[in-house]
Design a protein around this ligand. Structure first.
Ligand SMILES: Nc1ncnc2c1ncn2[C@@H]1O[C@H](COP(=O)(O)OP(=O)(O)OP(=O)(O)O)[C@@H](O)[C@H]1O
Length: 265
């Protein structure tokens, strides 16, 4: 079976700047894949290229074996859902309506939602812990609640591949772990492939099947967490002092930041 996502020799550029250079990775179906890397290394650019929001200037992206640029808009929306980095917006729609928008790729010409669509939307709202806010306008939610509403909309789209750009960035600790558990759950219950950008390397180590470390738009490391989360690799990538040990709470590595000159070794 072809991978959920395969990227070969991808280059992406904005006018005057090349951001991604020769990026090649493959993400298996039902994999939890997390992209890490310093600010400006090209993580959002990569996610946007996969969501077809940015054109590639070279290379190829395949979704479940199909070339990305040959998928029709509806087919792309059925296969791929994208949750952007900052979902700040003043939409006056209630949460339930925003989430129901995820059904758009499945509706007929009249765009009428049926009981089935409503049931899927309610399930996504419940799954993200927003049932008590279903009727509240999105503009009246906190940043973290709004982020979860956008995740619910993406889940409601029932995609094969869900792309999330720093979904835990504005969340408190409970909701950070909840979003990660939610994605792990979605992966095993719905066989969804999850591709996430995150700056939280310790959370990423706990949940990712594989990590991709981008530095200056290039693949610096790629593999299971214990192959990527190594002191030398991270210190070179981030340019700060780091110690890596084994987490006492599970079979994953743990990153510890050091203050300059405070610890020997
Ligand atoms: N619209 C744009 N036009 C020109 N350059 C851009 C544009 N968007 C991003 N860039 C540049 O491309 C590079 C990669 O940006 P990108 O947002 O992909 O990085 P990132 O790894 O997601 O960063 P962060 O961790 O800070 O969110 C940066 O140098 C950025 O300044």
């Amino acid at each position: 079976m072809s991978p959920a996502l395969s990227i070969h020799g991808l280059n992406c550029a904005y006018p005057g700047t090349t951001v991604l250079r020769d990026v090649s990775v493959a993400v298996d179906r039902q994999e939890f894949f997390i992209v890490i890397g310093p600010n400006g290394s090209g993580k959002t650019t990569l996610i946007k290229a996969i969501a077809r929001l940015l054109p590639a200037s070279g290379g190829e992206i395949h979704i479940c074996g199909r070339p990305l640029n040959r998928l029709g808009r509806r087919e792309l929306a059925r296969r791929v859902a994208y949750v952007p980095q900052s979902a700040a917006e003043d939409t006056p729609f209630p949460v339930e309506e925003l989430v129901l928008m995820g059904r758009a790729p499945y509706l007929g010409v009249l765009g009428l939602q049926g009981e089935h669509d409503l049931a899927i939307a309610r399930q996504a709202i419940e799954f993200t812990g927003l049932s008590h806010l279903a009727d509240r306008p999105v503009s009246h939610l906190s940043g973290g609640e709004r982020q979860r509403a956008h995740i619910a909309r993406a889940i409601c789209q029932q995609p094969e591949l869900i792309l999330l750009d720093e979904p835990t960035a504005s969340l408190d600790l409970t909701h950070q772990i909840r979003v990660m558990e939610l994605m792990a759950d979605l992966k095993s219950r719905n066989a969804t492939t999850v591709v996430m950008v995150s700056h939280d390397i310790n959370l990423a180590a706990m949940f990712a099947d594989r990590l991709l470390l981008l530095v200056d738009g290039r693949v610096a490391a790629y593999g299971p967490p214990d192959r990527v989360i190594e002191e030398k690799i991270l210190e070179t990538a981030y340019g700060c002092k780091i110690r890596v040990d084994a987490s006492p709470f599970g079979p994953w590595p743990r990153v510890n930041l050091l203050r300059e000159g405070r610890v020997d070794g």
